[in-house]
Design a protein around this ligand. Structure first.
Ligand code: SF4
Length: 585
């Protein structure tokens, strides 16, 4: 339903998605919240819609919203809109169409990294009173509301706090489709901005935009904790600390003078423990780490690692940007982490982080990023990368994820296709696959998997209907996919239907290339369907059918036959591992 008869603004969340700024559902990004924060501060009526909600509106509903519109703001922050499970970022084509459909002359503002990228590539939609922000969209909007004219603007640190706090209780949170209700909470994860910039601002990695932001600007622990408290008041339960190019250099010492600033354990501990003091906080994850800074400052980094392990939820990932193991590439691109530094940092994180936590995941693990297409790259680069990965495996070091990104365009060089393809498939077969089995061993239990889609890996509008979320679908034929809440969760597939937007615990029964299969634990032998029984290792299709028919016969005599009697009547051997699925240890 659309109820919008009085004039107001429309805030369209086209989603942002950067390594340090997650904003595709179930995440709610910080830039869209700051925009809403500005409107809240100015006491301006507005409607918040995600781009996925907008796409689903009927023509007349859109027209109704547009008819009374006083102004329009959109954040488009996913430079290459990829495939996501829960949402699809706005594309350039959609943005152009939207601009055409807006009422004449109302102010319209587009911001976000995608808009900057499109603009550089020549995107110039023609319309009066349209402004494409290349600095801070929120500050630009604030300037317009104050003066009536458009100008690129940056927010001050006071404005940062004000809009972050207003934004925490804005419609971007309260009306976000993933917030859920008091009775049934959703998977909404609140991305909070901790700081801006990178300590390598003077001579940073050549391909990176962060150094352009200048000396890093930190928000204080108190300011962030207050923002998150406000978000909790609005119903938020899960938080990721984003906007950190390196978790270890938050408020570090010697940022202006040193190549490797000295991590400061106190402020990050204050922030993390302060956030944990609020019992409403459930999942807490963090952002990237810089392995060279960790390696060059082992003592304070050890202290910070211990704090992270103590306060974060299990499954936390620190993404390390190595980018390349080739010294040639390092020199040509001003990278600052070599293989030895990387190994020291990986050892430290593994030492404290590999122990498993409540949800069945290692508490804190590193991720590793490679970039293909950097200057100085040659065919040997890929064998160096692969050798390094083999060395890490040999040492038994765990990595949660290896991300290989391909960059193209100005400032990058052509990628040697054959070597690159060989590298990617060797990583998949020789490194990723055994790692997945170490991290997610067969028979291991993972808790609180949130179910998101049926029969495919993309959530469709129909998945939100009773036909897919109702309890009656449980056990029906088909596939269900879901993930645990938090950063970089593994995709879990189950070979029968489970009501979507619900959660359950699973036992791991198999491995895919980048996913695992499982079966729910705690199944009831008296209600489990044939498909559910078949999903349990040790029970094949025929045995499942025998169990269902034996159960039907026994049920004529007693209401709830025991698991033993059903298995005996069906002549199926009751292994201890099968018992554990039924929660009957
Ligand atoms: S260390 Fe990371 S954030 Fe800093 S310049 Fe290099 S890639 Fe960018």
């Amino acid at each position: 339903m659309v109820a919008n008869d009085s004039p107001s603004w429309l805030v369209l969340d086209g989603y942002e998605d950067e390594p340090a700024a997650f904003g595709v559902p179930p995440y709610v990004g910080f830039h869209i919240r700051y925009v809403c924060g500005v409107l809240e501060q100015h006491k301006i009526e507005y409607t918040y819609k995600t781009i996925d909600q907008w796409r689903l509106l009927a023509e007349h509903e859109r027209e109704q919203i547009l008819r009374d519109l006083e102004g329009f703001v959109c954040i488009a922050g996913a430079v290459v809109p990829g495939r996501y499970i829960r949402g699809t970022p706005i594309s350039q084509r959609e943005s152009t169409e939207l601009i055409r459909s807006l009422p004449r002359d109302i102010p319209a503002l587009f911001g976000g990294w995608a808009v900057r990228g499109w603009k550089q590539q020549g995107w110039m939609p023609l319309r009066s009173n349209l402004f494409l922000a290349v600095q801070d969209t929120d500050a630009t909007l604030n300037g317009f509301l104050n003066t009536g004219s458009w100008k690129h603007e940056r927010r001050t640190s006071d404005q940062w706090t004000t809009w972050a706090h207003y934004g925490a209780q804005s419609k971007a949170v309260l009306q976000h489709p993933d917030l859920g209700t008091e009775e049934k909470s959703g998977p909404l994860t609140y991305e909070v901005e901790v700081y801006q910039g990178c300590v390598r601002f003077k001579r940073g990695c050549k391909f990176c935009i962060e150094p352009k932001k200048g000396v890093p600007i930190w928000r204080t622990p108190e300011d962030i904790i207050r923002e998150v408290q406000l978000a909790h008041d609005a119903g938020v339960q899960h938080v990721r600390l984003g906007g950190m190019t390196d978790t270890y250099t938050y408020m570090a010492e010697g940022v202006k003078e040193l190549e490797y600033p000295i991590p400061n354990p106190e402020p990050i501990a204050k922030l993390l423990h302060g956030l944990r003091e609020d019992e409403r906080l459930k999942i807490l994850h963090t952002d990237n780490g810089n392995p060279s800074i960790i390696a060059e400052n082992i003592e304070p980094s050890t202290e910070i690692t211990k704090t992270l392990v103590e306060t974060l939820s299990d499954g936390a990932v620190l993404s390390f940007g190595l980018e390349s193991a080739d010294p040639n590439v390092h020199a040509a691109n001003w990278l600052n982490c070599d293989a030895n530094q990387l190994k020291s940092a990986l050892r430290l994180i593994n030492q404290f982080g590999r122990e498993r936590g409540e949800r069945g995941l290692p508490k804190l693990l590193p991720g590793l990023n490679f970039i293909a297409g950097l200057n100085g790259e040659r065919s040997e680069t890929y064998s160096m990368n692969l050798n390094l990965l083999h060395e890490l495996r040999k040492e038994g070091l765990l990595l949660r994820r290896i991300n290989i990104r391909q960059v193209e365009g100005e400032g990058f060089q052509e990628i040697p296709e054959t070597e690159f393809k060989k590298f990617k498939s060797a990583v998949r077969d020789e490194i990723d696959s055994p790692l997945l089995q170490d991290l997610f061993p067969l028979g291991h239990v993972l808790k609180d998997v949130h179910w998101e889609t049926h029969d495919g890996r993309t959530r469709l509008p129909v998945h939100l209907t009773e036909e897919h979320i109702g309890e009656q679908v449980h056990g029906r034929a088909g596939l269900t996919f879901g993930r645990q809440i938090g950063a970089y969760p593994i995709l879990v597939g189950v070979p029968y239907h489970i009501p979507l937007e619900s959660s359950s615990d699973i036992m791991i029964t198999g491995h895919g290339a980048r996913s695992i299969t499982g079966v729910e634990i705690g199944l009831d032998i008296n209600t489990a369907s044939g498909k559910q029984l078949e999903a349990i290792p040790g029970i094949g299709k025929k045995a499942a059918w025998n169990l269902v028919s034996a159960r039907a016969k026994l049920k004529r005599k007693e209401e709830k036959p025991s698991i033993e009697s059903i298995f005996q009547a069906a002549k199926v051997h009751l292994e201890p591992s099968i018992l554990s699925v039924f929660g009957d240890k």
